[in-house]
Design a protein around this ligand. Sequence first.
Ligand code: KG4
Ligand code: ZN
Length: 343
Amino acid sequence: MKILAIETSCDETACAVVEDGVKELASVVASSKELHEATGGVVPEVASRKQMEFMMPVLEKTVEDYRQKMGFEGREQVVESIDALAVTVGPGLIGSLVVGVTTAKALALAWEKPLIPVNHLIGHIYANFVDSQKKVEFPAVCLLVSGGHTDLVLMRGHGEFEYLGGTLDDAAGECFDKVARMMGISKYLGGQLLSEKAAGCEKAFPDKLFPRPMIFSDDYDFSFSGLKTAVKRYIDGGERDIPCTAREFEEAVVDVLAVKTMKAVKNFRVKSLLIGGGVSANRRLRERLREEAEKVGVFLHLPPPRLCTDNAVYIASSAYFNNKKVKLQDIKADPSLGIMGRL
Ligand code: KG4
Ligand code: ZN
């Protein structure tokens, strides 16, 4: 089954074709990230205008890449070969979501194909299923760490999710971004740059420089705002060693994420550990989880970094494994959808 998916939840415009939820056949991503760098944060109006501008070229290029990959002569064969369409309906920015949802609905009518609505957060989890070296075995624990969310979820099967816990304030990615801005590393989405700087620190600290909020709390929740304040106080105190401050901050975030995730892995005796969301591209987090997973003998799936950040490949995969029949007129953008949302 071949699914063409559209993803426009924030500032990426993405489209992809995936076969049977696991085989990527085409994927195109355009981003308006540079525009938001100037303002130091995403401006929803700007993001949705760019979605409108990018939507058709991204769709056109995906269809063309797919046509070439399959060796089809014309568009008719492309349309014929697609079994269903999928689209992200939330969470995200309403103006951005509407562009993708409207485009997908129009395409579903024109091509006479079913349209499958996808929750963006569940979508992130499905990056683990695409072109993976090993089939995911259930039950699994999923750590979802993105710019807007930090959630721990128990997955007993496709569509069978149980929320274990999540952040009570800032998301992990948001914390990376705010600290990167504070340290003058980048005004917008500085997580990756901060991590690259952190790799340059060679000093060892005898004591942990920053707190690990809620690390041993009796739940699966997180809190990152106190850590952000601690870094701010440290910098305001005159500290100028950017790489080592970045590394100590990164260690604190990774420590909390790893300890809580492994607690869930052990308590629920799962067979697989899945990660998703932009922060799951973080080198240190991946290293640490690999070490911990090896110790307890659980298989850690590590999606390639390009599938960790927003794209439409995992949206198509999620649609394949969670193919709920919804009438076209009932498919609507839902900006505040949660991970356990209505889908
Ligand atoms: O999943 P994503 O692309 O968008 C959302 O759905 O939010 O995640 C973006 C977040 C940003 O906060 C970005 O700074 C962070 O992921 N991020 C990273 C890394 N790559 C992306 N954070 C830490 N280390 C990275 N290598
Ligand atoms: Zn995302």
